[in-house]
Design a protein around this ligand. Structure first.
Ligand SMILES: [Zn+2]
Length: 371
């Protein structure tokens, strides 16, 4: 982990990943931080975002201004409610589609109760915290996460004591995806008695992609958004969106652990600078990224970094119980010996040409052989 916090005029993107989780922590200048998704450090049992920020002397109660749940998959949300609990000043954002999907699912399940998952637990805890913190006079029913939709500014940092502004835009879900989710809910309601499953958007398809602007630089955080052929969905909807912020990002959190179904050829020209710094978090259970994914990404830029080694999780296929046990053993063995991988990128917010400083910690590595 980093020894010291970045300077006021420095930006930082730190990506953490233990092999089955993902968390991005970003400094947007002047001591203001945001946290995107969450995972737990198995050695300490604490959310890695809090652990890291405390280790570099950041007062998380005041410093974290925004927390985003890109989507409610377990590899992205573990410990998120603890991060919110500790961050007294933070806005909380999630996909505008999430509620619609939840409702559709509840309708589909009829009267039977939904299984308890970490996602519903985290969500319920977050609602409680937001309700407790509501402004005097605000109705309890008006409290909830801020719904992210494409072209919505979810954070603006413009204090008089800042030398430069910082803004966080949601780039997804696209309007078309929102409409689709609404239609799915209507279908679920009308088909509830026949128990027919409506065609369902996956959480990845409605996950929240973020565009960070600070000083003269931009960063694109790709969540788990997938590539969909239709122009109104997935990455194509972002590329085709004429209202999105202008500019090209110099740093890119690759969507969906580098998988081929999240690859967006058009994005490299329209959203990213040449040779952007590119960060991937592995996802062991799906053996992502594959070596073909790394080859593909390294052809785009020589600056591809991973928070951990996916080969560690590439176990031979066995019967599923054995495989699951093996995975747990391997993961806990790694947890016992190593810390959580971190790719930390720092650069000066107002320096257009300065080279970013990249620190690879606890097993994070550079994937492209020839730089
Ligand atoms: Zn994921």
């Amino acid at each position: 982990m980093s020894e010291s916090a970045p300077l006021s005029e420095e930006l930082e993107i730190s990506v953490f990943g233990p092999g089955i989780g993902e968390c991005v922590v970003a400094h947007l200048g002047f001591g203001d931080w945001i946290v995107v998704d969450s995972c737990i450090d198995r050695r300490s049992g604490r959310p890695v975002a809090l652990q890291y920020l405390e280790s570099i002397g950041v007062d998380v109660r005041q410093a974290i201004k925004l927390i985003v749940a890109t989507h409610w998959h377990d590899d992205h949300i573990l410990g998120l409610s603890h991060v919110l609990q500790a961050s007294e000043q933070a806005r909380f954002v999630n996909s505008a589609v999430y509620r619609l999907q939840q409702l559709a699912r509840l309708v589909e399940l009829g009267k039977s109760t939904a299984p308890l998952t970490s996602a519903t637990n985290e969500y319920d805890n977050i609602l409680e915290i937001l309700a407790d913190r509501r402004a005097v006079g605000a109705r309890r029913k008006a409290v909830g996460p801020i719904p992210a939709l494409a072209n919505k500014v979810v954070l603006a940092l413009r204090g008089p004591d800042r030398q430069f502004h910082a803004t966080v835009h949601a780039m997804s879900p696209a309007d078309g995806v929102f409409n689709l989710a609404q239609t799915e809910l209507e279908h679920a309601l009308s088909f509830a008695e026949t128990r027919r499953r409506p065609v369902r958007l996956t959480p990845n398809q409605s996950s929240v992609v973020l565009w960070l602007e600070a000083g003269v630089h931009n960063v694109l955080l790709g969540a788990d958004l997938e590539f969909v052929r239709r122009p109104s969905e997935g990455w194509r909807a972002i590329v085709n969106n004429t209202e999105r912020p202008i500019g090209q990002a110099m740093c890119f959190k690759v969507p969906h652990h580098g998988s081929a179904n999240a690859d967006c050829p058009e994005c490299w020209d329209s959203l990213l600078k040449p040779s952007p710094i590119t960060v991937i978090t592995p996802y062991g259970p799906s053996k992502l990224p594959r070596s073909s994914d790394l080859d593909r990404l390294c052809r785009r830029t020589a600056n591809v970094y991973l928070t951990g080694d996916p080969r560690l999780y590439n176990l031979p296929r066995r019967d599923s119980t054995v495989e699951r046990t093996l995975k747990e053993v391997v993961i806990s063995r790694k947890a016992a010996t190593g810390k959580m991988g971190q790719v930390c990128v720092r650069w000066r917010a107002l320096d257009l040409d300065g080279a970013p400083v990249i620190a690879l910690k606890n097993g994070a590595w550079h994937a492209c052989a020839a730089a």
